[in-house]
Design a protein around this ligand. Structure first.
Ligand code: NAD
Length: 260
């Protein structure tokens, strides 16, 4: 049980982040919900968390492309809850195109949002964890933090970078009671991969359902996507006392993708 701990989950208005926030709230954590959602909807979501899980919850719509916005997010979370005990760097975006045609501003957005934001959230959350002698950092990387695929230069670079940065933070804090791990999912059923499915359907002239199967089985031996709740449950385990010796890992949850 994580009763009384505070968790900041970036990008928790959708997909994996939302499922992670739900899992951690069900274990008794106070939650900082975060994502690009209109403020009124975000506040309503936070209220629904408080009612369902009997915890305290706040919402922030900070755009983590901006370092200033990240500082404000961390300051307001620490002011509200005293500290951040669990930090899940989950917010992320994708764009697929070969490197020659890849728009330069998209490249920069992916590096800023998927990688640099985690540098700043960890930089500002760690002092509180070090002071308490307890903390958990989970960075949502991807199989693309371990291996490559075509058309994903920016995404693969950002996720490999995130895995490397996680290892540094893990060894810098190994004697501080703070663990840092990367989670590396294969396909997960969320809005993030909708565009990739639609473009396969269009290119091959097949249905969206057929395109989904084609996308999954092109790389992943298990012919099904993971559910966001499965990633949330793994993160819950990494936050438990049983996982105190797991640090610096890059843990695949990928249906056998990277076993090949
Ligand atoms: P999603 O699109 O459902 O959710 C993304 C979240 O990030 C949303 O809450 C969104 O508001 C937030 N976000 C995006 N840009 C932001 C910005 N500039 N500022 C603040 N918040 C921002 O995606 P998802 O599939 O749940 O992805 C979550 C993480 O998991 C990402 O880092 C993604 O790379 C990773 N991942 C996803 C899959 C998959 O198959 N879905 C596989 C491996 C890794």
């Amino acid at each position: 049980m994580l009763k009384g701990k505070t968790a900041l989950v970036t990008g928790s208005t959708s997909g994996i982040g939302l499922a992670t926030a739900q899992h951690l709230a069900s274990e008794g954590c106070n939650i900082v919900l975060h994502g690009l959602m209109p403020e009124a909807e975000g506040k309503a979501l936070a209220q629904s968390f408080e009612q369902e899980y009997k915890i305290s919850c706040m919402f922030s719509d900070a755009n983590i492309k901006s370092v200033e916005a990240i500082k404000t997010l961390l300051d307001s979370a620490i002011e509200t809850f005293g500290a951040i005990d669990i930090l899940v760097n989950n917010a992320g975006i994708q764009h697929t195109e070969n490197i020659v045609d890849f728009p330069e501003e998209k490249y920069q957005d992916i590096i800023d949002i998927n990688l640099s934001s985690a540098f700043y959230t960890m930089k500002y959350a760690l002092p509180g964890m070090q002071k308490k002698g307890w903390g958990r950092i989970i960075n949502i990387a991807s199989v693309h933090g371990l291996v490559a695929s075509i058309d994903k230069a920016a995404y693969v670079a950002s996720k490999h970078g995130l895995v490397g940065m996680t290892k540094v933070v893990a060894i810098e804090n190994a004697a501080n009671g703070v663990t840092a791990n990367a989670v590396c999912p294969g396909w997960v059923d969320t809005p993030l991969i909708g565009n990739q499915i639609d473009s396969i359907a269009e290119q091959k002239g097949i249905s969206v359902e057929e395109a989904k199967v084609a996308l999954i089985t092109a790389k992943q031996p298990r012919p099904e996507m993971a559910k966001p709740s499965e990633i949330g449950a793994l993160i819950g385990f990494l936050c438990s006392d049983a996982a105190q010796g797991i640090t610096g890992s890059a843990m695949p949850i990928d249906g056998g993708w990277t076993a090949q």
